[in-house]
Ligand binder design. Structure first.
Ligand code: ADP
Length: 547
């Protein structure tokens, strides 16, 4: 499966390995040759009578002598340069003892200058190379020790294939890739893995580089379609390409990874490091969380159905008793002798309205508990409170209680919300207040509804003169099924809280200074006061007492 040549560089040596012994063994041979050449040039320079610029040839000795490289290249350049210069000067001195012609000194000068220039160039070249080697070494250290898996890819076959497509007249590579899945497969097979780090080996369940996959296709499943986008990214020379893919380790389960490449115009595509992050664990966790959430939602839905049934029963209590009293009234008018048909008809009309109201209440409670959409409109709170109080007067009277509205502001306070739901909030609070005052002397049985503005919020308080909240009770009165009443369902306050929450408001409770209970509701105001005033008439017209 794996061909060793794949993970080896052009020199046949694994990247990061030390130079082979044969390279070290080349050094003396080169030096002997350079020394021989130096001797030949010296004898030509010192012992021939012709005035030739032979000293310039020492530059060849310098180049050959230093070509072998080695760990002390800088010293070697300086030594060879000094030896060549010394030989040139010595040659000139010998030549002069024969009576050298006048130009000989100039030739020596030229030779030494050439040597000096060559030495400077060699030293510069050496320092540039050293810094490249240093950065390469640093890269190796980072590459090998990084906790993120890295694969180096050779994408040049793809670049060549894309060029062939363009030469063949293909202009829209994205489209071509989408329409030719076989091209994607072929390209995936052509990408070679040129190197991997230790983390990548561990991730893929491989112990050494020799066992690693040679081609990208070795560990990408055939069904992986992220590679199509990679081809497009290579074509566009995208600075950063990032995708999620699945890889198949040697033995073991498929792993989900995020891979990122730099493919910008400066990147050399024969050696593209791809950083690979294994996100399998995270994805598994996400799936688990999703499943748990679904299970939770399912169980919430189940308990919501139970809560809904109970809530509907609770909320229908009030309209049902109104319907009952209309039905009784109609019965009474019809039982008279002679029957009073006009009154009976009126009572039946009230009964029909009561049924209608009950139906609407049912719908709204269903919407509230079932988290369905609620119907929003601009509601003026003074109108809403007035109609609710009118609705509750009969029940209050039956309990010997009075309802008082106490507007604390002249502003028209408009909120955006669901009229029936907000009415239910008030009905529940007033009902509780009336029930709480059963042991209060009749003349003090008063429920006060205060309406005020607090900043950009509307403030409604329902205050009674009952015993107040039982502070020793630690139960959550706004939670479902909390009740201290013999026949209570413990749903009134929880429904009120749900409805207020749906309006992004807040509901709290406290005891008043006089000892009675106070429930305070804050609702965000929706419109400018001026707009609220302009709408006032139409809103008031919409309000109607259902029973
Ligand atoms: P229920 O009326 O069926 O008991 P609620 O959710 O409306 O359900 O009320 C829960 C409990 O909160 C009541 O049983 C009572 O103990 C307490 N409570 C509610 N309103 C008042 C009030 N105005 N004064 C004193 N206690 C109250």
């Amino acid at each position: 499966m794996f061909s060793q040549a794949i993970l080896r560089g052009p020199s046949g040596r694994m990247r990061g390995e030390a130079p082979s012994p044969s390279a070290a063994g080349r050094l003396p041979g080169v030096w002997i040759f350079a020394a021989g050449l130096a001797a030949a040039i010296f004898s030509l320079d010192a012992f021939t009578r012709d005035d030739l610029a032979v000293a310039s040839l020492y530059v060849l000795v310098l180049l050959i002598g230093t070509s072998a490289g080695g760990p002390h290249r800088r010293t070697s350049i300086l030594v060879w340069s000094a030896v060549c210069a010394a030989l040139a000067v010595l040659g000139y001195s010998i030549f002069r003892s024969y009576g050298a012609p006048p130009l000989a000194l100039a030739h020596l000068g030229i030779g030494l200058t050439v040597l000096l220039v060559a030495t400077i160039l060699l030293l510069r070249n050496h320092s540039a190379k050293s810094s490249v080697e240093r950065s390469d070494r640093r890269y190796r250290i980072v590459f090998d020790t990084l906790a993120i898996a890295i694969w180096e890819h050779d994408f040049t076959p793809i670049v060549a294939a894309l060029q062939r497509l363009r030469d063949g007249g293909v202009t829209d590579i994205r489209r071509y890739v989408a329409e030719h899945p076989e091209f994607v497969i072929e390209m995936r097979r052509s990408v070679r893995i040129t190197d991997v780090n230790a983390t990548a080996l561990t991730m893929m369940g491989v112990t050494n580089k020799d066992d690693f996959f040679s081609h990208l296709s070795g560990f990408l499943p055939e069904t992986d379609d992220s590679f199509a986008e990679c081809i497009v990214a290579i074509d566009e020379r995208r600075a950063l390409f990032q995708t999620e893919a699945i890889v198949m380790p040697l033995n073991g389960e498929a792993r989900q990874i995020i891979v990122a490449f730099g493919l910008g115009p400066d990147a050399s595509l024969d050696r593209v490091p791809g950083s690979i992050l294994d996100v399998s664990h995270r994805r598994a966790l996400e799936t688990q969380i999703l499943r748990t959430r679904e299970e939770l939602a399912e169980s919430q839905r189940t308990s919501a159905v139970a809560a809904m049934s109970a809530s509907i029963a609770h909320e229908l209590n009030q309209p049902m008793s109104a319907i009952q009293s209309y039905a009784d009234a109609a019965n009474r008018w019809l039982s008279r002798n002679p029957p009073n048909l006009m009154e009976a008809k009126e009572a039946l009309a009230g009964l029909t309205m009561g049924v209608q109201h009950a139906r609407t209440v049912m719908q709204r409670v269903r919407a509230l508990v079932g988290q369905a959409r609620i119907e929003l409109c601009d509601i003026e709170l003074d109108g809403l409170i007035a109609t609710t109080v009118a609705l509750m007067r009969r029940e209050a009277a039956e309990h010997g209680a009075r309802l008082i509205i106490l507007p604390e502001t002249d502003d028209t306070l408009t909120v955006r919300g669901d009229r029936i739901l907000l009415k239910q909030v008030l009905i529940n609070l007033i009902t509780n207040a009336i029930q709480a005052m059963v042991n209060t002397p009749p003349e003090r049985r008063i429920v006060t509804l205060t309406l005020d503005r607090k900043g950009d919020q509307a403030y409604i308080a329902v205050t009674d003169s009952g015993p107040g909240w039982d502070v020793s009770e630690s139960g959550n009165v706004f939670g479902s099924f909390y009740t201290t009443k013999r026949n209570g369902m413990g749903l009134g306050l929880s429904i009120a809280k749900m409805a207020v929450d749906r309006h992004e408001g807040a509901i709290t409770r406290r005891n008043s200074e006089e000892g009675g209970a106070v429930v305070e509701v804050m609702l965000p105001l929706s419109v400018d006061l001026d707009v609220g005033i302009a709408d006032r008439r139409s809103d008031g017209a919409q309000e109607s007492v259902a029973v």
